[in-house]
Ligand binder design. Sequence first.
Ligand code: MRU
Length: 365
Amino acid sequence: MNIDGKPYRTILPAADGASVEVIDQTRLPFAFELKRLATLDEAAVAIRTMIVRGAPLIGVTAAYGLALGLRRDASDAGIDHAVETLAATRPTAINLRWALDRVAAKLREVALPERAAFAFAEAGRIAEEDVESCHAIGRHGAAILADLHKAKGRRLDVLTHCNAGWLATVDWGTALAPIYVAHEAGIPVHVYVDETRPRNQGAALTAFELNAHGVPHTVIADNAGGHLMQHGEIDVCIVGSDRTTASGDVCNKIGTYLKALAASDNRVPFYAALPFSTIDWTLDDGVAQIPIEERDGREVSHLTGRLADGGFATIEVVSPGSPVANPAFDVTPARLVTGIITERGVASANAEGLLSLYPERRPAA
Ligand code: MRU
């Protein structure tokens, strides 16, 4: 997508296979800086500290990280070490594990001297597929927006949570892809952007990318969504997902569940947009089975931002000494999800709906 009219992707492989460049998302929205990752440990740190974040993007970064690790040690033990190191960085997004398993499974058949180059190329294929999937999600989701626009005959107001835009993927995004496609097709779309405490991915990242691409939007405090829905100011909610069960439960950034409850109470359609790599076919009860990442309490007790003089500062906002908790994701049960927008089309949020789009996952009779 565009920044100042120039198209960008979030991760750029070096031609010699020795490194990748990523956008440092901890510096946005105030500074646009690229960071080079040349080792397994640098890739792991980038994922853990959220220099890169968003389920599809951490999957792609992990795949490249594995390739970088193999440049040092391409043995079977080297593969195992790289996979374990990268898989341990963030536990909730299944795309991370999916990408590592995909590359590692193919690697065992490859001769040792070829392994790093093979893994780097396979990571590139995952990245390209992610772009295609997200663009297709955009087209399927935009059809929903086009129908809604036809029915309403006025500007469409979409609420989104966290950042599930192109910064969270390689390009296009998941929840924001339908918005970009609709915007480019001339459908008047306006986005209400949840700030998304504690890390403010909405205020910092979603607002940044919508701004850079020229999509009308308004940032709101996380607690404002229910009120806006009660007053008919939201036509549809679209969110991303870090892991979706085979039964259609949607795990996404903390606070998503509360928006789904408010949407249900106000009969606002609530969609999750996600590629196949986000579906965990082994699980059928998201609340009970999906591991929820617990992050550092400092993300709750402190805020980082820009000062009037242009400098940056981290300030304390919680009463000193009070304990804090920081669960990073929650699960929206399938019953609250109107539909799941995937690269293959829109499914009902239940096992049959997903299987109708992915028949190859149907257990053999
Ligand atoms: O903690 P983050 O910023 O990695 O969380 C990101 C989200 O929750 C996104 O909504 C999700 O990964 C979908 S991204 C297309």
